[in-house]
Design a protein around this ligand. Sequence first.
Ligand SMILES: NC(=O)c1ccc[n+]([C@@H]2O[C@H](COP(=O)([O-])OP(=O)(O)OC[C@H]3O[C@@H](n4cnc5c(N)ncnc54)[C@H](OP(=O)(O)O)[C@@H]3O)[C@@H](O)[C@H]2O)c1
Length: 257
Amino acid sequence: MAVEKRTLGNTGIAVSSLGLGTVKFGRNQEVKYPDSFTLPSDEAIEALLELAHELGINLIDTAPAYGSSEQRLGRLLKNRDQWVLCTKVGEEFTTGKSYFDFGAEHTRRSVERSLRDMKTDVLDIVLIHSDGEDIKILEKTDCLPTLMKMRDEGLIKAIGMSSKTVEGGLRAVELLDVVMATYNPSYTEERAVIEAAHDAGVGLLIKKALNSGHDALNGAARTAENLRTVLALPGVSSAIIGTINPEHLRANVEAIR
Ligand SMILES: NC(=O)c1ccc[n+]([C@@H]2O[C@H](COP(=O)([O-])OP(=O)(O)OC[C@H]3O[C@@H](n4cnc5c(N)ncnc54)[C@H](OP(=O)(O)O)[C@@H]3O)[C@@H](O)[C@H]2O)c1
């Protein structure tokens, strides 16, 4: 049986309740996973994307800050129309270090580069990739007005924020179409953001449901419990789980059936 689809708040976009996170497609430096890893081959990514599609997963999360992830998706993803592409803006990762730019010019250039790199005319979701100063980015930079303009121009369908604070997540709920919040049994602080998004009909994506893999070290039962807990929270459209292991992808789908 395929993974169920859920509507992403009021956006009208149908997303699979498990999304595929693609940090590990393109970046293996300065990441917080339990083990180091080598980047997967093109063949391995193609096979993983095919498996994801077979399992009913249609949501892919990427970002310019995930190294070569966007470019690799642009080259290797088949049948663009079958997928919901979520990318980000604001964080850049070059020469092994992150920097942030939420100015109008950078925002527009970044979105245009994502469109080009992923070989598409429209991005389904663009999230502001927060540096931790959620409120300041939303209220004092030109990032959001620029994204709204690009949404009006038809280049983006929905705008959101991958937020890092409760206050910022709550403000994002007031201003945006989608919020990506963190939630797992060892980190429940953003519960208020989840509840506010649900009440407001704002699309809600969850990141780090497995605590960036650290909770998965406690075994398959714990992994399954984390996934089921997150997906049972009212208002959650999808849990974005990062994996480059086909067996883990299958197990995660099995866990929520
Ligand atoms: N991390 C961030 O700061 C951040 C920020 C914003 C957005 N995001 C988005 O959210 C996604 C998820 O966050 P995340 O990747 O940090 O954390 P996560 O999804 O909680 O954990 C991913 C880790 O769990 C492992 N894993 C997945 N399924 C498993 C299973 N069944 N058994 C054992 N291990 C398993 C993966 O390793 P294998 O590859 O070996 O399966 C990977 O190392 C990201 O990919 C990204 O798209 C992340």
